[in-house]
Design a protein around this ligand. Sequence first.
Ligand SMILES: *Cc1c(COP(=O)(O)O)cnc(C)c1O
Length: 427
Amino acid sequence: MVKKRTIPFTLEQIQTLARSHPTPFYIYDEEGIRNSTRSLFNNFSWNKGFKEYFPIKATPNPEILSILKDEGCCADCCSVPELMLAEGVGLIGESIMLTSNDTGPEEFKMARKMGAIINLDDPNHLAYIEKTAGLPKVLCLRYNPGPFKKKGKLTWRHLTDEKFGMRKDQLFETYKQGTKKGIKRFGLHMMIMSNDLHGEHFVDTARICFDIAVELNRKAGIKLEFIDLGGGIGIPYRPHQKSIDMRTISNKIRTIYNRYSTKKDFPNSRLFMESGRFITGKHGYLVAKVRHIKKSYKNFAGLDASMADLMRPGMYGSYHHISVLGKQSKDPTTIYDVVGSLCENNDKFAINRKLPLLDPGDIIVFHDVGAYGRGKVFDFNGKLRPAEFLLRNDGSFQQIRRAETPQDYFRTICGWKTQKGILKRTS
Ligand SMILES: *Cc1c(COP(=O)(O)O)cnc(C)c1O
């Protein structure tokens, strides 16, 4: 029952590329990224003013972000470099959102200067931002529904341990505070899922937000200009999983929205989304090479990539599908732990994975690493961060980030530098 995954490049192309640029490296598929963006916009075109704020953290490369901007996306940021990325690709003003959580003054200041929408995570942030950066024009607040349970088939997990968002009483109080301070425009943000393949949760997010919109207008005369439904839509990492049906979700939200629109107090807010994984997740690949096949108590396939290049399996036990380029039609006959070279036993891409018989030199492709792949790399054990390529619509590979060198690794160390490959004290 092995589902064959399509790969937009061939073994020969990778062998050619790897001659000048050694593995491991990431490859993104421009066409796939454009198509998933279009499908999102098409499905939500019924909502006037719909916007997608792509969360930069998912795929933090300006070349990718440029493609997304070209497709009409805005950007969601969480740090100064992410704000710089958004500004760098030409996004301006309210096409940029700063979603705060434990945010510092530099981020607030920069976002204010850029005229970005700032999404506050806690009631205290209002006074804090007023003092450090000045009051924003739009007050957007993040809601956490806490120990919420739905009556129907679905039950939420409790969100009271979640560090994000504020309680409903805090939400209402903070909006009122904002009006007292003279703020006239308002937004609501709620994101309670992560990698969720159950579309109903997203529909429920909308319903909960619409209820808040009605109540806020009725009780406080505050009209929400927009409702940001956040991200969290999952992708089918495992072969037996099914893609979420965006059309069905969108139609359900549309039906509910239209029903609310007939109510007196519903402000017909525009809808925003912050889908990351859904847009880029499926369209990124990590390409690595088998270095050693080791047989001790188990079979180990050791790669030239490690958990430092792809953190998700080691950190969360996440499944990433593996293809062996050129051996896709061979039966998976052998069970391997697919590992990297970190001095750390968590450094496993897959445990007990059935694969075709592997040989040193085989090219391994990890699927679905377009989001939270390269963005989460680290340099433990002196591992150098990998390059990124963009497979353009015309079939060419464009390098969009080079691999790190030892000089890069030592660059931030004070009092030492590398000279002709040797590390030396400078003082
Ligand atoms: C991480 C994050 C997202 C994106 O989540 P996906 O799972 O990639 O859709 C959106 N908004 C906020 C505030 C986030 O923290």
